[in-house]
Design a protein around this ligand. Sequence first.
Ligand code: NAD
Ligand code: UGA
Length: 459
Amino acid sequence: MNKGKNILCIGAGYVGGPTMAVIAAKCPEYSVTVADIDENRIKAWNSEKLPIYEPGLSELVKKVRGKNLFFTTDIAKGIKDAGIIFVSVNTPTKTFGEGAGKAADLQYWEKTARAIVEHAEDSKIVIEKSTLPLRAAEAMHRILHSNTKGLDFDVISNPEFMAEGTAIDDMHNPDRVLIGGMESPSGKKAVKTIADIYAHWVPREKILLTNVWSSELSKLVANAMLAQRISSINSISALCEKTDADITEVAKAVGMDSRIGPKFLRTSVGFGGSCFKKDILNLVYLCEYYGLPEVAAYWEQVVKINDFQERRFVKNIVRNMFNTVAGKKIAVFGFAFKADTGDTRESPAIYITKMLLEERADLAIYDPEALDNAARDLKDVKGKFELVTDPYKCAKKSHAILILTEWDEFKKLDYGKIYESMEKPAFVFDGRNILNHRELFEIGFNVFPIGSTKMTHLK
Ligand code: NAD
Ligand code: UGA
């Protein structure tokens, strides 16, 4: 067996599954195994209904599964057989002890290091694919070299930059692939091995080689700067609502400056997703740890503005619906943290629905892909809510519609028909600014966009 051509990925989640499917498809001479402790997840990866929804993923997996892509719970065998091990386990925010609420919880990641030490019979390249705090590779290196079998390991940082909903496209056409390695001869050789895998489809000039620490830090900084742009535009949306400026026009005017650029300036109810908040808080924790409180406070503000934007959205609803939503049916369109994914981790919808349930609103929730996850998220939440599989039923007899995810299908609904079925006055709070507000107003709705003047028929 040529172990150098055997890749194992530990962690079959949103990153492990799609990235390994692309590597398997692009590198037919490699055998790629994805292993996880979660039996149900592995069963789903081996079934017709994959555990995650991602455009293009299902077709890709069908093409390579059973040929050179395998899903298993046998982590020990996976480790023994592989020469290259990617680690893409979850690294959530710590909820206990030192650094709780900010630092990364590294227990899952450390367990994989220990499993590698336990089961490895020869030297291997170990790649950090998970997003980790600065200098985590050093800790990984130490744990791996605590083995008493005389084995050597090269640890490499290769953070993932794909976004959910576009994961397969992002993997196929990345802006860059970042590989951070050690300076030693074997470190350099390991970097070359990993770069050669990506070079099957990524142009060499897009494969960026750095030292390990730059690579680890760049991942946190990239997410922090993307989220910072959203918080910047969201903070200005609040000012627009007070001044009759229009956030869409402002974002366009600002983004046309080629030094600023147009991307990630879409105002919203707030950013969600499993990573932005956790990675910024991790950065904040690192800055505090290294004695840089001013830098920590600067980045923490990005998260604070996001919380402010979510709270502001709910306050706006309650205030404009005559200061009470108690007992009123409100239709929530969208629960996923963004369109084209069923993922609801840290979705603004979770916070907004919880706040509205505290106000005793009666919620009906519709999402084309995220209702199973929504059921899980709201399992222990008190209050009256139902999950509905049809948007028209969801809106029927409601007082208001909230747009919380930018699904395309929400733009195509028959709002005339929806308006007829609703209680009056009928409200739309467009938390993603995706609908035609003038048209809705003309139908009869009272329309509340984010970051521009409301349109109401109320005297
Ligand atoms: P995820 O929760 O979807 O998947 C992680 C998987 O690891 C789970 O299935 C879990 O069961 C498994 N796991 C945990 N401990 C294990 C162990 N000891 N052995 C085997 N399997 C184990 O997480 P994800 O979204 O794929 O994210 C993984 C990492 O990638 C995180 O660090 C995240 O910050 C980073 N990241 C995520 C994205 C994204 O879009 N989701 C993008 C870039 C980077
Ligand atoms: C983000 C980054 O874009 C990826 O590069 C990174 O790899 C990933 O985090 C990660 O580390 O997990 P993701 O969270 O999947 O990807 O999705 P984004 O498209 O970045 O959107 C994040 C949130 O910001 C969503 O809630 C989205 O609706 C919101 N958003 C995005 C806005 O509110 N406005 C925008 O202009 C853009």
